[in-house]
Every structure is written in C-alpha cells, then in structure tokens.
Design a binder for this molecule. Structure first.
Ligand code: NAP
Length: 336
C-alpha cells in the first residue's frame, strides 16, 4: 500500500469519481479540488479520511491553484481532469475555451511556482485533440499518438459549442506540452486521451437525474420510448473505469513520461447500444423501440494506430456489451 498523496482537479466529475475510487483502493491519499465547499463536503462524506478537498472556485483566474497547492505540500502527483464538458454555451470563449486552456496553464504554473515536490502530472485530454469532428466518420482515417486535429482557436470561438469543446481540448493539451517545453519543470507530463466515455457512475445514487454529457448521450438510448426514433449518435467509446485506470498507469509507469496515451475501445452507435439492451434485458424490450437492428452492426471506422498506448497501458479495454450491461444494471438498481 502507498501513502502517496495525489492532487486531483475537478474531483466532482464523472471520470474523477472513478479515479478517486481506484486511487483510494490502492492506498493513495487524495486531495480533490472542487468549486464549492458544499461539493467538497459531499465528497468528504462519501470517501472519508483518505480524502481531503480544497475549493478552487474558478479555473481561469491567474493563480487559481496557488493556495490549494501551498496548503498541500504532501501532494507529489497532480491529475488535471477539470475542464468544461459541454456542447452548448452562450459564449464559447468565456465558457469553454478559456477555462480549459487557462485552467491547464494555471495548474501547471502553480505546480512550477509552489509545488516542486510534484514529479508527475497527468492531463485528461481527449481523442478530440487527435482529429476534427467530421474526421471521425471517415473510414480511411488513421490516428496515432502524434495526430492533431486541425480545428483552430478561431473556429472554437466562432462556430458551434461542439467545435469549441474540440478546440478547448486541443489547445489545452498544446498549452501543457508547450509549458513543459519552455519551462523544463521538475515534473514529467503525460496526457490521457479518451474517446466517448461511457459506463456506470462511481456510485449508484448518481445514476438518477441529470448526469454528465456523455453519460447523458448513453442515457438518451435507454430512456427511449417505443415509438421514438433511434438517435444518430456514433463514434469511438471507452469504459470510464478503464479511463480512470489509465490515469493511474500514466503516473505509476516511468515509460508513460512525456507520452500521449490513447484510450479507446471500439466504435458504437445508438442502435448497437439498443440491440444489447434488448438482448440482455428482456423486461425492457416492450418499452424500447426496435429500430433497425442490422444498423447496430458497426465496424470501426477509425484505423487506430495506437499499439504504443496499448502496450504502455498493459490492460484490455472493456467491450460495449460490458459497458451496456453494467450501466443498465446500475440504472435499474438506482431506480428501485
Ligand atoms: P464532468 O463530469 O462534467 O466533469 C468535469 C469536471 O470539471 C467537474 O469536476 C466540473 O466541476 C469541472 N469543471 C467544469 N468546468 C469547470 C470550470 N469552468 N471551472 C472549474 N471546474 C470546472 O465530465 P468528465 O467526463 O468527467 O470529464 C473530465 C475530463 O475528461 C474533462 O477534461 C473532459 O474534457 C475529459 N474527457 C471526457 C470525455 C467524456 O466522454 N466524458 C472524453 C474525453 C475527455 P463541477 O462538478 O463543479 O461542474
């Protein structure tokens, strides 16, 4: 068991909750940053003694993480998961781009200025950093750890909020690598790049009501009624528990230093999720539409050249059936 302390930004998040569960089970102590005391107290009551929280109200204020890190000189690992995860906004730059990009710079600057004992930093980036929105529907697309989306900051500012999210992840990750390049800090940086993250919430109680963006995408399938159209959504996915595990591997393994680690299992579409629910949960069949079952036979469009990431991680990703079954079982438990 380890007594290492891990600082985790965005501790309330869907992925972060799984990271906390896995860190605590491995004996790490966790200091989580949250936006309010109320959110911190809720986490504290869930996780107990091995968990502490600090309030960092806004990612984009200069020095945002300074006090939090000064208060926790015991933290030697920093996981930066906090970032806006939304496909809607009133002001793309203010709501999405600036918190993502400046939040990343502020975190790294605070470590550099106030926490020289931090030796490993893991940034939660995204496969959206690798390629543009439409690229993911191109059968000949080939992606590897060196790929970058071509979306510009200006696109993110002026187009729809989904484009802003894409640009926010690309430019936040670029800012992190540039920071390391120009400041030569004490820490090694690694980036974890998940595709659409699906799978159960870390705690059953959170499987009711409004969830995060991608859990809601998934829920838009199991909440369908008999006569509804099957949504068009499709893309690559990964199990949230695998993403959490990848964050831990990213700071535990030396060979992860300086690496971009792609975490993506396979391709899904809404019909493929629906087919599994209808097959594995006969009691739900009557309530759900049939759709066009043959459309659920999705083959992967993107040709992932991600063996480097897979070798580094050293574990297999869960398939869609496991993700669907575990998620639906949790929804059933949560609504009993
Ligand atoms: P989430 O549940 O929405 O978590 C986002 C976290 O960031 C929350 O703790 C949230 O705090 C915090 N946050 C958001 N905007 C903020 C702001 N302006 N200031 C301060 N804190 C802010 O989403 P998630 O899926 O776990 O995402 C975590 C990370 O994974 C993000 O960096 C995201 O880009 C990345 N990612 C997610 C996916 C996916 O499919 N879900 C895929 C690839 C990468 P509150 O709880 O207070 O709102």
């Amino acid at each position: 068991m380890s007594t290492t302390t891990v600082f985790l930004s965005g501790a309330t998040g869907y992925i972060a909750q799984h990271i906390i569960v896995q860190l605590l089970s491995k004996g790490y102590n966790v200091v989580g940053s949250v936006r309010s005391q109320e959110k911190g107290e809720k986490l504290k009551s869930t996780y107990g003694e091995q968990f502490q929280y600090v309030v960092v109200p806004s990612l984009d204020q200069k020095g945002a993480f300074d006090e939090a890190l000064k208060q926790h000189p015991e933290a030697t690992i920093f996981l930066h998961t906090a970032s806006p995860v939304t496909f809607s906004s009133e002001d793309n730059e203010k709501d999405i781009l600036i918190p993502a990009i400046e939040g990343t710079r502020n975190a790294l600057q605070a470590i550099y200025d106030h926490a020289p004992q931090i030796k490993r930093v893991v940034l939660t980036s995204s496969t959206v950093s690798l390629a543009d929105i439409d690229d993911f529907q191109i059968p000949s697309l080939k992606l590897n750890e060196e790929s970058w989306a071509s979306v510009t900051y200006e696109d993110g500012k002026t187009k729809d909020a989904m484009t802003a999210y894409w640009a926010s992840k690309k430019y936040a990750e670029k800012a992190a690598w540039a920071f390391v390049e120009s400041n030569k800090p004490n820490f090694a940086l690694s980036a974890v790049l998940p595709s659409y993250v699906f799978g159960p919430q870390a705690h059953d109680a959170e499987a009711k009501g409004q969830m995060n963006l991608t859990a809601e995408v998934f829920a838009s399938v199991y909440r369908l009624s008999k006569n509804d159209e099957v949504p068009e959504v499709a893309g690559p996915f990964v199990d949230v528990r695998d993403v959490a595990k990848a964050h831990i591997v990213a700071f535990e393994k030396d060979e992860a230093k300086g690496q971009r680690i792609i975490t993506s299992s396979a391709r899904f579409n809404a019909q493929s999720i629906l087919n599994i629910i209808r097959d594995k949960f006969p009691d739900l069949r009557e309530k759900l539409p049939v759709g066009v079952p043959a459309n659920g036979d999705v083959s992967e469009f993107v040709r992932w050249d991600d063996q480097k990431s897979k070798n580094l991680l050293g574990f297999e990703f869960s398939d869609l059936e496991k993700v669907v079954v575990d998620t639906i079982e949790q929804v059933i438990r949560a609504n009993k």
